[in-house]
Design a protein around this ligand. Structure first.
Ligand SMILES: Nc1ncnc2c1ncn2[C@@H]1O[C@H](COP(=O)(O)OP(=O)(O)O)[C@@H](O)[C@H]1O
Ligand SMILES: [Mg+2]
Length: 206
């Protein structure tokens, strides 16, 4: 059955889109079939894909698909996604998703990833996001809510990261995404090898 991985947070700029595309390209490069659905109506990833196809001449049929949609449409259709012949659907949502849509999306997901930096603002929003998802866990008991530490500065120790996130009532990934320029220049075609560790850890959660 198709696994649905949704990137959720109550705030823009936490790294949903960056991590969604890096996870999608890495899963694809590991041989999994993937579809990425983006509901942020800026449709940055669909646009980036078009630009990359134009620039590189890559063949679209050898890549995973990137599909623009809307939160409400996805929320209503998510149950039907599980019957598709595809290993993973990755859902990149927008920070402005309504409570009703977030709940429906989470009820239909297998895994929810919440990227967060260690800034106070991000941590407060992440805390609230985790609390807001609790009603969805009551309906979908298999739902895993996972914190993805993102934009972590090079010198930050694992113990410091764990300490700053330990108030969150969710699974915290041991791997984290460093703050690096290479993550500001994502590709929809080529996987970033620094994302392998995170991807492998995410795969162990299924
Ligand atoms: N690990 C990272 N290292 C460096 N820059 C990052 C990282 N993650 C995100 N960014 C940058 O932060 C900004 C917001 O990230 P984005 O993924 O668009 O967030 P969201 O989709 O949650 O709004 C973008 O400019 C992106 O390039
Ligand atoms: Mg985004």
């Amino acid at each position: 059955m198709t696994k649905i991985i949704s990137f959720i947070s109550r705030k823009g700029g936490t790294g949903k889109t960056t991590n969604a595309i890096n996870l999608a390209t890495m899963l694809h490069s590991l041989g999994h079939s993937v579809r990425l659905i983006e509901t942020d109506t800026n449709y940055t990833l669909s646009t980036l894909r078009k630009m990359e196809l134009f620039k590189t001449g890559a063949k679209e049929d050898q890549l995973f698909s990137i599909v623009p949609s809307e939160d409400q449409v996805v929320a209503d259709e998510i149950e039907s996604y599980k019957k598709q012949r595809i290993d993973f659907i990755i859902l990149d949502t927008a920070g402005k998703t309504t409570d009703v849509s977030i709940k429906k999306i989470c009820v239909g997901s297998d895994l929810v990833l919440i990227p967060t930096s260690l800034s106070q603002n991000d941590l407060l929003v992440t805390y609230q996001t985790v609390e807001d998802l609790k009603p969805a866990i009551e309906i979908n008991k298999n739902l895993k809510i996972v914190i993805l530490p993102n934009r972590i500065h090079g010198s930050t120790r694992n113990k410091t990261i764990a300490g700053m996130l330990d108030q969150l009532d969710a699974y915290i990934l041991e791997n984290f995404v460093p703050s690096k320029n290479l993550f500001t220049q994502s590709s929809t075609i080529l996987a970033e090898k620094e994302y392998l560790g995170i991807t492998k850890e995410i795969l162990t959660l299924f």
